[in-house]
Design a protein around this ligand. Structure first.
Ligand code: UFG
Length: 342
């Protein structure tokens, strides 16, 4: 019988790609999402891609009763991948309590409900934001956790601590995946990143500018201490990232984890500057991008990329798709969006 996995935030950007990979691997999937930053049509498109419709519950995971009700309906859930969270760095500075309330209560409710049904396997969405601007690059899992630069980042740090504390005194086992910068979309162009309003992140802003929804891209800062003066990030294809979740989940289900809580960097190990991303986009899309240099964005770190040795060796996982493929798929998704009856 297929194993059943609960994916919170399963209609979101990374969540939806992970649901597709789970279904492709033969898992039965239950999605819980409040649709605050995603759309119900994503479930239809997951079905179009996989031929299987996942269970879906529109739920507020900050509500303990509502969270527990999902587990009561599906007491055979054997693992949880917890994506559901607010994630806009700038908004978190404006509305810190919203971020602490949403991101931490939902995690508490999930862990409590898991315990009540005897499910002990958790894969958690963490972020490279927990490292701040590291002193040494590439950044390793053992690098220091520096004070968070935003309430959003702080929720990720606190969540990691909460999971470690709980795992220390219970049967909970968890894998914390510290994502670098996920971009790109599914090859079908039926699911992808769909920001509501003006995009905060680089790649959706690029694709929306190229298609004419935005006038021009502002490149935030060209006076950084990097080869071309623009910030450097480790961009990873969202499908590669999704696959890392399946591998992590199976490590827990097969009891191959070495500690009750394990942490992995999920990136490519390569850093690209904003200008390199723009150039790669132009060659992938054959569109000339309108952009200008603008002042630095507050809170941006100068450069970060991952040391992925530990994930490569321990998880036997490796990012496979290059920057060109990431941007090509992001562009295909943007072009297809008009046909998707939103
Ligand atoms: N950038 C621009 N113009 C834009 C948007 C972004 O120049 O319109 C630049 C940024 O200054 C940065 C790079 O593009 O140098 C990447 O910016 P993103 O906003 O796409 O990504 P961030 O690295 O700032 O943020 C990501 C995640 C956060 C997470 C953070 C951790 O979106 O959730 O990584 O470092 F907290």
């Amino acid at each position: 019988m297929a194993k059943k996995i609960l994916v919170t935030g399963g209609t979101g950007y990374i969540g939806s790609h992970t649901v597709v990979e789970l279904i492709n691997e033969g898992y039965e999937v239950v999605i819980a999402d409040n649709l605050s930053n995603s759309f119900a049509f994503v479930i239809d498109n997951i079905e179009k891609i996989t031929g299987v419709r996942p269970y879906f519950y529109k739920t507020e995971l900050t509500d303990a009763g509502a969270t527990k009700a999902i587990f009561d309906k599906h007491p055979d859930v054997c693992g949880v991948i917890h994506f559901a969270a607010l994630k806009a760095v700038g908004e978190s500075v404006e509305k810190p309590l919203l971020y602490y309330h949403n991101n931490l209560f939902s995690l508490i409710n999930i862990i409590q409900a898991m315990e009540e049904i005897g499910c002990h396997n958790l894969v958690f969405s963490s972020s490279c934001t927990v490292y701040g601007q590291p002193d040494e690059l590439p950044v390793r899992e053992t690098s220091p956790i520096l004070p968070a630069l935003s309430p959003y980042g702080n929720t990720k740090q606190i969540a990691e601590e909460m999971i470690k504390d709980k795992a220390g005194i219970s049967e909970l086992k968890a894998i914390l995946l510290r994502y670098f910068n996920p971009i790109g979309a599914h090859a079908s162009a039926l699911i992808g990143e769909l920001p509501i309003g003006v995009p905060n992140n680089l790649v959706p802003f690029i694709t929306q500018t190229a298609i004419g929804k935005r006038k021009e891209l502002s490149v935030f800062g060209n006076d950084y201490q990097t080869p071309d003066g623009t910030c450097i990030r480790d961009y990873i294809h969202v499908v590669d990232l999704a696959k890392a979740h399946i591998i992590s989940l199976e490590r827990l289900l097969d009891k191959r984890n070495k500690n009750s809580v394990e942490v992995f960097n999920i990136g490519t190990g390569k850093g690209y500057s904003v200008l390199e991303v723009i150039n790669a986009f132009e060659s992938a899309s054959k569109v000339k991008l309108q952009y200008k240099f603008a002042p630095r964005r507050q809170g941006d770190i100068e450069q970060i990329w991952a040391d992925t040795d530990y994930a490569n060796e321990e998880l036997k996982w490796c990012a496979e798709r290059n920057l060109f493929e990431m941007l090509e798929s992001a562009w295909k998704w943007e072009c297809n969006l008009g046909t998707l009856n939103l």
